[in-house]
Every structure is written in structure tokens, then in C-alpha cells.
Design a protein around this ligand. Structure first.
Ligand SMILES: C[S@@+](CC[C@H](N)C(=O)[O-])C[C@H]1O[C@@H](n2cnc3c(N)ncnc32)[C@H](O)[C@@H]1O
Ligand code: SF4
Length: 458
């Protein structure tokens, strides 16, 4: 990959002109544009269109943690008692069974992801209940990838046994930062040794691949502290790394007010940190994937990125080619070729609905042709930093023509020099890749149509 040299782009001018806060584009349109009316009937219609032959991905959301990290932007809550978690798993299992009954056939499952919250907080018994429910409802494709988000401080021998029973193939381990001062400022104590030992246990129990999450932009995070964390992460030899910029959105996540704004690095420091961490991972042999991931050359994510097969979904980047993602659990989002459905977010309300036999669909969105074309353009920008006009035309036919002209016009009027037309492609220049979300937002027809607030672009 070409070295990033962001110095040639005037970030202040770009952000002043296009807005400093833009979506992360894990979907298009983004979740704030989903609407509450007739979500239930839309869910039935979208599920009714499922093709029994086509494998789908499945996402399960576990909205519980045994401690609340102050930086956390996920849908989760802290619980000191386990009984609400066990009761939630009961509802989750009911939702899965009801979905299967309503379809009338067992759909093929090509990939499974357990996220949260902290799925590693589940007991072995509850992991087994979930596994059993999924195997009853779905026809697992042989070699299906099964990934689980893991907080190392949760992992016990019992968790490991449960994960083995689930036949997990990839663990996604939250690290964030190993420095004790940073950890104190985000309420996340976690030693390098503890993390290293959990990874060793997971690998020895037959797991094939490890992802580690690292954050920059955290309170009290100096360049030296982040560099030390990056070195320690490299020493853990994960197959993949996700390097996220801390999204500080205290208006949406009240517990983030525990983080003192004066402790946060400024935008210039964030950018420099991201670039330094990125070059350390690349020097250590990782390939840069999209805006914030890294993977070993032989990892499926790196292979997908090289072959144009990288995708973006609610978990970030994926090599998962499936067009349909079925989400179970509170706040989980399902993605179908024709639209999106988000489940009820408050856990208690979600449980009441499922336990009464109702479909817990809270909000939805039916995609228009305009959405599908713009969504495809935004996904390619986020994955490849480029839109191939011939690919777009191959996919959407004549309908693509005005969008190609739009892209050509946008590149021609880009006074900040972030983009260019190269042959039959709209390309984000390497030095402007840190502003990819801003460029993607040029193609977003919904950007100003809802009272949504997003995280900082850089
Ligand atoms: C559900 S957590 C991962 C699993 C587990 N709960 C843990 O923390 O280890 C998902 C990841 O989202 C990222 N994340 C959470 N809050 C964030 C925020 N405000 N900004 C950026 N990334 C965030 C963190 O890197 C975290 O590891
Ligand atoms: S970062 Fe992970 S462990 Fe921490 S509160 Fe969020 S979901 Fe829970």
C-alpha cells in the first residue's frame, strides 16, 4: 500500500466545508434513517423473500457486560447479577425458534457472529443453549466461520469449553490500550499478560484466528503510550487488527461523560496517532484493509481486499460474501437485499415482545434503487477507496449512468484535491484516505434528512 501522507491535504479546510461529523457507513442509509412505522410488516416481507438455497450470515447481540468501560459506544449495560443474562438468553432462543417457524424451512447459515456487549460473559450452559437453538433453526454450511467478541477478563475454563462447543473459528479480542493510566481513564483494567494467556488458551483449544481491537484518541493516550500498546499487540501475533478512532458521543452515551474532554487528544494528534499506528502495523507485515483494519497476507480479509471482495457490515469489514444478515437480540440489525430491520433496543422491552410471541422489529427501511446504487458506491469507497464505473454499470445497468456522471462532476469540482478520475474509476488519493468517510458522505442523499448526530470524521 502507498504510504499515507496526509500533510498535503488541508484537513481543517475540508472538515470546515463538509462537516467534521459524518457516519461510519457500516450501512447505507445509516441506522438513524430507519423508521418505526410498519417495521413488523416490512420484517415479514423481507424475511419472506429469503432464498432457501442462499446461505445467510447470522448476528447475535448480547447486551451485557460485567463492567462498563467509559469509552464504550456499544448497546450494552452492566450487570452484576447473572439472572437477567440467563433470562435474556431464554428470549433469544425463543426469537430464533419463532423465526424458523415463521419461515417454514431451515435457512442455510454461512457465517455466525456473536457480538455485544460481551458474549464471553455467557456461561458455558448458555453458550450451549444458543448453539443448540441455532443448529435446530439453521442448516450450517460446512466450514461456516463462527466468530465471537471476547473481553479477556471474562474468560474462564467454562467459557472456553462453551466456545469450543460453539465451534468458534475466530475470536475478536478487545484490547483498546495496555497503558495503566489510559486504562484507569476509561475504566478498563486489563493486563498484557492476561490478554496473552487468554489468546494462548484460545489458540490451544483449536481456534484458527484472532482479531485484536485497538483504539486511538483515548483520554491520556500519548504517542509513547499508544506506540507501546501497538508493539505489545504486534507481539501477540493476531491475524487481524482493528484500529478504531475513539468516537466520543456523550450526547448518545451518557457514561462517556466520565471521560474528561480535556484529557482527549486533539484532532491533529488523533490523525498523527492513527498514521503512526498504521505504519507500525504495516512495517510488522500487516496489510492495511479499508480505513481501519489490518490483516496478515494469508488472512481471508486480506485476500478479499486484494480481489475486490471486501464488504462492510455492522461489525466493520468482512470477507463474508453473503447478501443477507439476520440479526437476533435486542438492537440487532438485519440486512436484506431489499432493506433493513432493527430490533427493539431496550432489553426489557425486547424480552417482553419476544416472550409474548411478537416479532421484536422496532424500525426498518425499505431500499429504493437510488439507495442501492448509492450504497454500492459508498461501500466500494469504504472498502477500495475507489468506485469502478464499469462494475457499477455491470450491476445496475443503464440506471448507473447518472451516478457515474455525478462522480465525475464531484471529482472535477473537488478543490481540495482529495479525489480524481483515473480511467473508468473515481479514486480517493492515498493522501486523502483519512478523509474517506467525508468523501463517502458526498454520495449520501440522506445525510441532512434526519436529526442524526455522528462521530468525528477524523
Ligand atoms: C463489543 S466490544 C468488544 C468485545 C468486548 N466487549 C470487549 O470490550 O473486549 C466492540 C469493540 O468496539 C470498539 N468500541 C467500543 N466503543 C467504541 C467507541 N466509543 N469508539 C470507537 N470504538 C469503540 C472497541 O474497540 C471494542 O473492542
Ligand atoms: S467495550 Fe466491551 S466490555 Fe467494555 S463496556 Fe463496551 S462492550 Fe462491555
Amino acid at each position: 500500500m502507498t504510504a499515507i501522507n496526509a500533510a498535503t491535504i488541508d484537513h481543517d479546510a475540508v472538515l470546515a466545508r463538509y462537516g467534521a461529523e459524518v457516519p461510519r457507513y457500516t450501512s447505507y442509509p445509516t441506522a438513524p434513517h430507519f423508521a418505526a412505522d410498519s417495521a413488523g410488516s416490512l420484517a415479514a416481507e423481507l424475511q419472506g423473500g429469503l432464498d432457501p438455497q442462499m446461505p445467510a450470515s447470522v448476528y447475535l447481540h448480547i447486551p451485557f457486560c460485567d463492567r462498563l468501560c467509559w469509552f464504550c459506544g456499544c448497546h450494552t449495560k452492566q450487570t452484576r447479577r447473572y439472572d437477567p443474562v440467563a433470562a435474556y438468553v431464554g428470549s433469544l432462543v425463543l426469537e430464533i425458534a419463532a423465526f424458523r417457524r415463521s419461515l417454514g424451512f431451515a435457512p442455510r447459515l454461512g457465517a455466525l457472529h456473536l457480538g455485544g456487549g460481551s458474549p464471553s460473559f455467557l456461561t458455558g450452559e448458555d453458550l450451549a443453549r444458543i448453539s443448540e437453538a441455532l443448529h435446530e433453526a439453521f442448516d450450517f454450511v460446512s466450514g461456516a466461520e463462527i466468530s465471537v467478541e471476547i473481553d479477556p477478563s471474562d474468560v474462564t475454563a467454562e467459557t472456553l469449553a462453551g466456545l469450543r462447543q460453539l465451534e468458534m473459528t475466530r475470536a475478536s479480542i478487545g484490547v483498546q490500550d495496555f497503558d495503566p493510566a489510559v486504562q484507569a481513564a476509561i475504566n478498563r483494567p486489563q493486563s498484557f499478560e492476561q490478554t496473552r494467556d487468554v489468546i494462548a488458551e484460545l489458540r490451544s483449544s483449536g481456534l484458527v484466528s484472532v482479531n485484536v481491537d485497538v483504539l486511538y484518541g483515548l483520554p491520556l493516550q500519548t504517542p509513547e503510550r499508544l506506540d507501546a500498546t501497538v508493539d505489545q499487540v504486534i507481539a501477540l501475533q493476531p491475524e487481524r487488527v482493528a484500529l478504531f478512532g475513539y468516537a466520543h458521543v456523550p450526547h448518545a452515551r451518557k457514561h462517556q461523560t466520565m471521560i474528561r474532554e480535556e484529557d482527549l487528544p486533539c484532532r491533529k494528534a488523533r490523525l498523527a496517532d492513527a498514521e503512526r499506528a498504521s505504519s507500525s502495523f504495516r512495517l510488522a507485515g500487516y496489510e492495511a484493509i479499508g480505513i481501519d483494519h489490518f490483516a496478515r497476507h494469508g488472512d481471508p480479509l486480506a485476500k478479499a481486499a486484494r480481489s475486490g471482495g471486501l464488504h462492510r457490515n455492522f461489525q466493520g469489514y468482512t470477507a463474508d460474501p453473503h447478501e443477507t444478515l439476520i440479526g437476533f437480540g435486542a438492537s440487532a440489525i438485519s440486512s436484506f437485499p431489499g432493506g433493513y430491520i432493527q430490533n427493539t433496543v431496550p432489553t426489557g422491552l425486547y424480552r417482553d415482545q419476544v416472550d409474548r410471541g411478537e416479532v421484536p422489529a422496532a424500525r426498518g427501511y425499505r431500499l429504493t434503487l437510488d439507495d442501492r446504487i448509492r450504497g454500492a458506491m459508498i461501500e466500494r469507497l469504504m472498502c477500495d477507496f475507489a468506485i469502478g464505473f464499469d462494475d457499477l454499470t455491470a450491476r445496475f445497468g443503464l440506471a448507473a449512468a447518472p451516478y457515474v456522471r455525478d462522480a465525475q462532476r464531484l471529482a472535477a469540482s473537488d478543490t481540495h484535491g482529495m479525489t480524481r478520475i483515473s480511467g473508468r474509476r473515481f479514486v480517493i488519493k492515498p493522501e486523502a484516505r483519512s478523509l474517506t468517510r467525508v468523501v463517502a458522505s458526498w454520495f449520501d442523499a440522506h445525510l441532512f434528512s434526519a436529526e442524526a448526530r455522528y462521530s468525528k470524521a477524523v
